[in-house]
Write a protein that binds this ligand. Structure first.
Ligand SMILES: *Cc1c(COP(=O)(O)O)cnc(C)c1O
Length: 855
């Protein structure tokens, strides 16, 4: 019989142990080993059985054991210390508290969060990044208030069929069994077409200082379809996804309002959306503002000023889009918001395909500040979205980048954290002092690396046995598992989601060659693999099956293993225990990638295609770059070339170095690379560095823009919006009419100065509304300016005929092909970039080119 509902009965803790409840209900325990030690000492065997989940521990522990602990003075002292430490962590001023004028609160929206294995609300990198973002924010005192959904079945857990096919199982999560508390007396409602309403309750998770609000539609007020809106992460069809995104975006803002009203938490000044899925939040904020006092255009400017949008996918197919009529149905007809016309909403999501509504395009139109997640991804994104800013060069497309980072206390092994604590600056966010790595002896590092490798090997054997049992093997057939993997052998890790661009099976292109590497009598390698394919991705499941079948073969199964159910716990084990972290995506489709950063902080070395973060920070000696055959059009040939190069590297460089031992048994040349990696990558890959970058370059400027617009009762917003409308309407009348140059003679030489004069028609605008600029520099074969420089020209006279004259002097600083042009762009102190309005006027261009499609 199956139960129709389940819930968890919570333990009543003896009053002496009340602090244990506080510790369990703040997820800070997940990156604080002293606290998990304390949990473990409640009942060490049980702690292992419940998979290091403290809520489950307290649910299962024998009440007599709790009574015993309530009398145990040593335990009580440790408990008091841990509780004091947590209170201190939550209240003492941190980096952010030293900043003048920073935002009072920042709302952060993400469809998934990877905070701990015990809260399975993530599928991969996007969620893990969101979790690390919150933890680093907490460490630095950044006042983030986060919003997401609570998926009653989370993401699936993975096992294998006897044939090596991925099987998915969706656990039933009961919020009572998770480290969550219900926000009492708060219900969020989102209107749906045909008079339906989507209701949700709000759970609060505490991630250190950061409250994380999780909306849950499994409530009695909902019909059964609405109850299932938050059933699974990335499950269901388009309609289901739209419901989830409406709840996250619109419901999320409403949840924030309710939370701030109930708790006195300051209202966010900045809204950050991690990918486009939460984009409807901007519409809800426009609705709020238009219902109280502003017009749509005015509200749009206020919302844009305070919104940050981070894009995560360099794959056009990965962009979140809906059929336009679905959006029309949601925001039109009897469900329309009176002050937010549906055609204005539709215009925000316009893209090439007239039948589609594009969430990324809406994200960019609703956010004044947009970023990608590595320098390369920033470049790729500027190319991908350039059409939104026609007339602007790639360099000027206003999409920046902040390279992702990882939260060291979550990912770095305890052993390394302890050495780092002795020799290094804090692993929270410190950029200086990493040369201290050189003070750590080779023997000590090698000793720790060996210990971590052994821990991985032992845990892998347990998981391997469990997997074979699940696949139907009996213990009698599994004797070999005790000797699977070898704690002394060079260990390569490969773990990630399994979309095709990540090329799980690249290493298998030449199976015979791989087999020889694995079985090399003197310098063997072993490979540990993990990864989940999206349930709807048959292709990905085939790749997993291919790998599993190879790893099943008797001659190699002790050297290559596939471990099912890649999650944070397995991830920690792998990034800590592997000597080499391998990554071979199809460049440039990996936006950033973060697992390699986790490996680097643990003293692992990266072996990767130069994509995402590795393109930026590979320096020739901190790991290996797999040469990419980026320009080769035939995908098969490209895979052949890259896989050949990968196996060559493993054989000739990686294994060679690993097994090159000095008289004392230490691989000196290997350890040199490990130390160099730690010293150079350490300060860069930290999530604390990432958070500071977000605060300094995005959150603080966004809060200042938002404050400026809302000052004097939104007077500035009204003025700025009126200006934007006026400038956009007048723009067709703006023309560069005439450009002349002098001062360089017939044979220009380096050092000469080019004097430019130009006449510009401004139509109904005045000189104060625009900047007239020379763009100049090297030109390519079609007269295109390559990374031009800009010089703002001076106004020399302003005729009554609506024409103005400008001049300036451009220096000729380098030899070779040189070109210049002149352009006019709108200018206002509240614009964040010249391209903000998507308007530019250039000489002799057809009229269409001068009209941006951004607004
Ligand atoms: C770090 C991590 C990821 C993301 O890693 P990528 O390098 O971006 O693939 C995904 N899943 C888990 C469990 C992780 O720990």
């Amino acid at each position: 019989m199956r139960a129709i509902r389940r819930f968890t009965v919570r333990t009543v803790l003896p009053t002496e142990l009340a602090a244990l409840g506080e510790l369990v209900h703040n997820l800070r325990w997940s990156w604080h080993p002293e606290t998990t030690d304390l949990f473990s000492s409640v009942d060490p065997d049980l702690w292992e059985q419940v998979g290091h989940d403290p809520v489950a521990l307290l649910g299962a522990v024998d009440p007599s054991r709790l009574r015993e602990l309530a009398q145990d003075r040593r335990f009580l002292r440790r408990l008091a210390d841990a509780a004091d430490d947590l209170r201190d962590y939550l209240t003492s001023p941190k980096w952010y508290q030293s900043l003048p004028d920073a935002a009072k609160a920042i709302a952060y929206f993400s469809p998934e969060y990877g905070i701990a294995a015990a809260l399975p609300q993530y599928s991969g990198g996007l969620g893990i990044l969101a979790g690390d973002h919150l933890k680093a924010a907490s460490d630095l005192g950044v006042p983030i208030l986060a919003v997401g959904l609570l998926y009653r079945h989370g993401y699936f857990t993975q096992s294998l069929s006897p044939e090596g096919w991925q099987l998915e199982h969706y656990p039933s999560l009961d919020p009572g069994g998770l480290p969550l508390s219900l926000l009492k007396d708060v219900k969020v409602r989102v209107g749906l077409p045909e008079g339906r309403t989507l209701h949700a309750q709000v759970w609060v998770a505490r991630v250190g200082r950061v409250p994380l609000l999780l909306l849950d539609s499994d409530v009695a007020e909902n019909d059964s379809a609405a109850r299932d809106v938050t059933d699974r992460l990335y499950g269901g069809g388009t309609d289901h996804r739209l419901m989830q995104e409406l709840l996250l975006g619109i419901g999320g803002v409403r949840a924030i309002r309710a939370y701030c009203a109930a708790t006195g938490h300051p209202e966010p000044e900045v809204f950050h959306t991690n990918e486009g899925h939460a984009g409807f939040l901007g519409l809800e904020r426009i609705r709020e503002l238009t219902e109280s006092r502003l017009s749509f255009d005015e509200a749009l400017e206020v919302v844009r000023a305070g919104t940050v949008f981070t894009t995560h996918t360099p794959v056009p197919a990965g962009i979140d889009r809906f059929p336009k009529d679905m959006i029309e149905r949601q925001f039109g007809g009897d469900n329309a918001w009176p002050t937010v016309p549906v055609d204005r909403i539709l215009a925000l999501g316009v893209e090439e395909d007239p039948g589609r509504f594009n969430m990324a395009h809406m994200g960019m139109r609703l956010a004044q500040r947009v970023n990608g997640v590595s320098e390369l991804h920033g470049d790729v994104s500027r190319g991908m979205f350039q059409a939104l800013w026609p007339g602007f060069d790639l360099d000027e497309v206003p999409i920046g980048s902040i390279t992702n980072g990882v939260h060291a206390p979550t990912w770095v092994s305890r052993e390394i954290m302890e050495v780092a604590g002795r020799e290094l600056p804090s692993l929270i966010d410190k950029a200086q002092g990493w040369e201290g790595v050189q003070k750590i002896s080779d023997a000590e590092i090698w000793g720790i690396r060996g210990k971590l490798r052994r821990r991985l090997v032992e845990a892998a054997r347990v998981r391997l046995r469990r997997s074979w049992r699940d696949r139907g093997a009996s213990d009698a057939e599994l004797g070999w598992v005790d000797d699977a993997l070898d704690p002394e052998v060079l260990t390569i890790g490969f773990a990630r989601r399994v979309p095709s661009y990540k090329r799980l099976t690249l290493m298998l292109r030449d199976p015979q060659r791989l087999r020889e590497l694995l079985l090399d009598p003197d310098r063997p390698v072993q490979i540990v693999i993990a990864g989940k394919a999206h349930p709807a991705d048959e292709g990905g499941k085939k790749l997993i099956q291919q790998i599993v079948r190879f790893a099943d073969e008797e001659d190699v199964r002790h050297r290559i293993v596939f471990l099912p159910d890649y999650d944070m716990a397995l991830g920690q084990l792998l990034v800590q225990g592997c000597d080499v972290w391998m990554n071979n995506p199809l460049r440039p489709l990996e936006a950033c990638g973060t697992s390699g950063m986790k490996a680097a902080l643990n003293g692992g070395l990266n072996l990767s295609i130069r994509d995402g973060w590795w393109d930026e920070w590979f320096d020739g000696t901190n790991g290996w770059a797999i040469p990419t055959a980026d320009g080769v059009a035939d995908p098969d040939r490209r895979d052949d070339l890259e896989s050949g190069a990968l196996l060559d590297l493993i054989e000739h460089e990686v294994a060679d170095r690993f097994y090159d031992r000095a008289a004392d048994g230490l691989p000196r040349r290997w350890l040199e690379m490990v130390k160099h990696t730690l010293a150079t990558l350490g300060p860069k890959v930290l999530a604390g560095r990432m958070l500071r970058d977000y605060v300094v370059t995005l959150y603080t400027p966004a809060s200042h823009s938002a404050r400026a617009l809302s000052s004097d009762a939104y007077g500035q917003a009204r003025a700025f919006a009126a200006w934007c409308v006026r400038v956009s309407q007048a723009w067709p009348g703006v023309r560069v009419e005439h450009v002349e140059a002098s001062g360089i003679g017939d044979t220009p030489e380096v050092g000469a100065a080019l004097e430019l004069r130009t006449t510009v028609a401004l139509g109904d605008l005045s000189p104060g509304d625009v900047l007239v600029q020379a763009a100049y520099g090297q030109v390519g074969p079609h007269d295109e300016l390559l990374s031009p420089s800009y010089l703002t020209l001076e106004e020399i006279s302003n005729g009554d005929d609506g024409k103005a004259h400008y001049s300036g002097v451009v220096p000729l600083e380098r030899t070779g092909a040189f070109g210049y042009t002149v352009r006019v762009v709108p200018h206002h102190s509240l614009m964040a970039s010249h391209a903000d309005l998507g308007l530019v006027a250039l000489p002799e261009e057809p009229a269409g080119m001068t009209n941006g499609t951004l607004r």
